[in-house]
Design a protein around this ligand. Structure first.
Ligand code: APR
Length: 236
């Protein structure tokens, strides 16, 4: 095993208590994407958007990483110690991977705990609310927005993601419905580069790309078992 890449989605944080998006009780059942997750929605009603992300930021601070996050942090340490390369790409904007001990995390949809200034482009670590329109610490304009990639915006770290997928040996997808691109297309990129692809998810979803292996079940069971299997093999 030299180059292992993992992609996670909301499903890995579900058992920590954070809602996913497309389940029957998901975030998109209670909020219209066009109102809270587009630049147009923010321009139309910034306070509604700030309330949405301020609430998610506050809730994320009250929950803990679960055994799936912790298993991935162990896997990263094992792969790196064995001289391999490990990259964790996440669609999630919570910081549960980092709080579990992962350190090479690419948040392709941004992060709750970061504020982006619409005036000067500065990014500032931010754990409080943005709804009270605080000033940007750099240019002092009251122009801070959530540092989150909205629909219609370009996800972060795409160049780096493409590079790590270029010579990827094993690509593992965890807890995502695989309906939002470009994240949903990464498994095909990895396969084209010759990687073995594995899906760890709660349930099957129709229209999924072909994976070499699929393990179904809750992430807190399936991910630690997968990590134990991979790290116990002599050839990995
Ligand atoms: N364990 C494993 N998988 C789970 C669990 C669990 N406990 N609970 C749910 N899942 C799976 C679901 O079966 C589903 O396939 O996680 C997936 C969650 O899918 P979505 O709610 O669509 O979340 P995600 O795939 O991360 O959404 C991608 O869409 O709206 C945008 O920006 C948002 O990053 C998000 C992107």
């Amino acid at each position: 095993m030299t180059n292992l890449v993992v992609l996670t989605g909301a499903g890995i944080s579900a058992e920590s208590g954070l809602a996913t998006f497309r389940a029957s009780d998901g975030l998109w059942e209670n909020h219209r994407i066009e109102d809270v997750a587009t630049p147009e929605g923010f321009a139309r009603n910034p306070d509604l958007v700030h309330r949405f992300y301020d609430g998610r930021r506050a809730q994320a601070a009250t929950v803990e990483p679960n055994p799936a996050h912790q298993a991935l942090a162990r896997l990263e340490t094992s792969v790196t110690a064995a001289g391999g390369r490990f990259t964790l790409i996440t669609q999630n904007i919570d910081d549960l991977h980092e709080r579990a001990g992962s350190y090479r995390v690419l948040h392709m949809h941004g992060e709750l705990n970061s504020a982006l200034c619409s005036t000067c482009g500065a990014r500032t670590p931010w754990t409080g609310p943005l709804g009270d329109h605080p000033n940007c610490p750099v240019c002092h304009d009251p122009a801070l927005r959530p540092d989150v990639v909205w629909f219609g915006e370009v996800p972060y770290h795409l160049d780096r993601i493409e590079r790590v997928l270029d010579d990827c040996d094993l690509f593992v997808v965890i807890g995502t419905s695989g309906v939002v691109y470009p994240a949903a297309g990464l498994a095909s990129l990895a396969r084209a580069a010759g990687a073995r692809t594995i899906l760890l998810n709660l349930e099957e979803q129709e229209g999924w790309v072909r994976y070499d292996e699929v393990r179904l079940g809750p992430a807190t069971e399936v991910v630690p078992q997968f990590v134990a299997d991979v790290t116990s093999r002599p050839d990995w």
